[in-house]
Design a protein around this ligand. Structure first.
Ligand SMILES: [Fe+2]
Ligand SMILES: [Fe+2]
Length: 320
C-alpha cells in the first residue's frame, strides 16, 4: 500500500524539508503545512494517516491543532514534536489520548522514522478493524504475530482453546464469537513494541519489561477506537490479570476480571507452555495442563483451569 499520507506541520520551511528527506526512500506521500490553519484544511480534504506537528508555531499551537484534529477526523494518528522543556505537556497529552506519540527536538533520524511508521501501522490496524470481517481480523492477528518469531500460530491456537472453554461454560453464541476474535487479537498492542525487545534472546531489563506491559492498554485503545465489542476490548485489556490480583494492567482479581479475559488468560499461558520458546522446548500437553493446574487460584480462575482436561481430549497430544 503506498497511498498513506503523512502530513508534516511546522512554521520553519527548512525543518519540513529535512523531515521530508528522511522519508524519500519510502512509499509514502508527504504533505507539508506551515501553520495549523493550513493543516486543518488538508485534514478536511485529504485522507491523512499520520499528522506530525511542531508545538511552537505562531497562531494555533501544535497541541491545540492535534486536539482539534481528534474531533474533526479521529482516525488520523497524531504525533507531537516538542522541545525537551515541553515534555510534561506532551506526556499529559498522551495520557489524555490526544497524542499517539511525541518526538523530542532535536530528533534522532531513526527514532523519527520508526515513530511515524508505527503511526502508519496503527492507522492501518484501526482501518482494518473497522471493517471487522473475519478474514481481516485473522490476517491482522497473523501480521502482529510475524513481529514475534516465537509466536507463530499462537493467536489462532489461543482462540481455539478459548472457544473450547467458553463452549464448556455454555456462554452465549455471540460471546463465544467475540471470544474467538479477542483470542486472535489479544496481543495486538504488541504492534507498538519494538521488534528488538520482543525478540530479545536474553532476559529483559526493567524498562523493557515496563514497555511490554503496556501492550494490553495500547491494544485496548486500538480496539475501542475501532468500536469493537466490549468483550473483545476486555480480553485485550485484561488477559494478563491474575486471579489473585497480582497481574497487570489493572491488578483486579477474582470475578472482577471479566470471564472472557479469565478464559483467554488460561488459553494464552497454556499455548505458551506447549510451544517452543527461545529459552526452552515445548512442554507436552499433559505437562502443560499440570502446570496450569498448579496455578489454579493464583494465576487462574480454578473453575476455568479445571476445564483444561476437556481441551486435552479435544486436541490430543498428536494434533500438535
Ligand atoms: Fe499478551
Ligand atoms: Fe499471548
Amino acid at each position: 500500500m503506498n497511498d498513506d499520507i503523512v502530513l508534516l506541520v511546522d512554521d520553519e520551511r527548512n525543518i519540513l524539508n529535512s523531515i521530508e528527506r528522511l522519508f524519500s526512500e519510502d512509499d509514502l506521500s508527504i504533505l507539508k503545512a506551515g501553520n495549523a490553519e493550513e493543516a486543518l484544511e488538508l485534514v478536511r480534504n485529504r485522507n491523512i494517516a499520520v499528522l506530525v506537528s511542531d508545538n511552537h508555531m505562531p497562531g494555533m499551537k501544535g497541541i491545540d491543532l492535534l486536539s482539534t484534529v481528534r474531533t474533526v477526523s479521529p482516525d488520523v494518528v497524531r504525533i507531537l514534536m516538542t522541545a525537551y522543556a515541553d515534555l510534561p505537556t506532551a506526556i499529559e497529552a498522551i495520557n489524555r489520548g490526544e497524542v499517539f506519540r511525541f518526538i523530542v527536538k532535536p530528533w534522532d533520524d531513526d527514532d523519527f522514522i520508526r515513530t511515524v511508521k508505527e503511526g502508519i501501522d496503527r492507522f492501518r490496524i484501526v482501518r482494518a478493524l473497522k471493517r471487522a470481517d473475519e478474514a481481516t481480523l485473522l490476517s491482522l492477528a497473523r501480521t502482529i504475530e510475524l513481529k514475534d518469531k516465537y509466536t507463530k500460530g499462537h493467536c489462532d491456537r489461543v482462540a481455539s482453546y478459548a472457544v473450547a472453554i467458553a463452549g464448556a461454560l455454555n456462554l452465549p453464541g455471540e460471546t463465544v464469537r467475540d471470544i474467538r476474535y479477542g483470542g486472535w487479537l489479544h496481543d495486538c498492542g504488541k504492534i507498538g513494541i519494538p521488534g528488538s525487545i520482543l525478540n530479545k534472546p536474553g532476559a529483559l531489563d526493567d524498562d523493557e519489561f515496563d514497555l511490554i506491559k503496556k501492550h494490553p492498554a495500547w491494544g485496548a485503545d486500538v480496539a475501542r477506537q475501532a468500536q469493537l465489542s466490549q468483550v473483545i476490548v476486555n480480553i485485550i485489556l485484561h488477559h494478563h490479570e491474575r486471579f489473585d490480583g497480582k497481574g497487570y494492567p489493572s491488578g483486579i482479581g477474582g470475578t472482577d476480571i471479566p470471564v472472557e479475559a479469565r478464559i483467554v488468560a488460561v488459553a494464552d499461558v497454556f499455548d505458551a507452555l506447549t510451544s517452543d520458546r527461545s529459552y526452552r522446548k515445548a512442554y507436552s500437553m499433559k505437562k502443560g495442563m499440570e502446570i496450569i493446574r498448579s496455578m489454579r487460584g493464583s494465576s487462574f480462575d480454578p473453575e476455568i483451569a479445571d476445564l483444561l482436561p476437556l481441551l486435552i481430549r479435544e486436541y490430543g497430544e498428536e494434533s500438535r
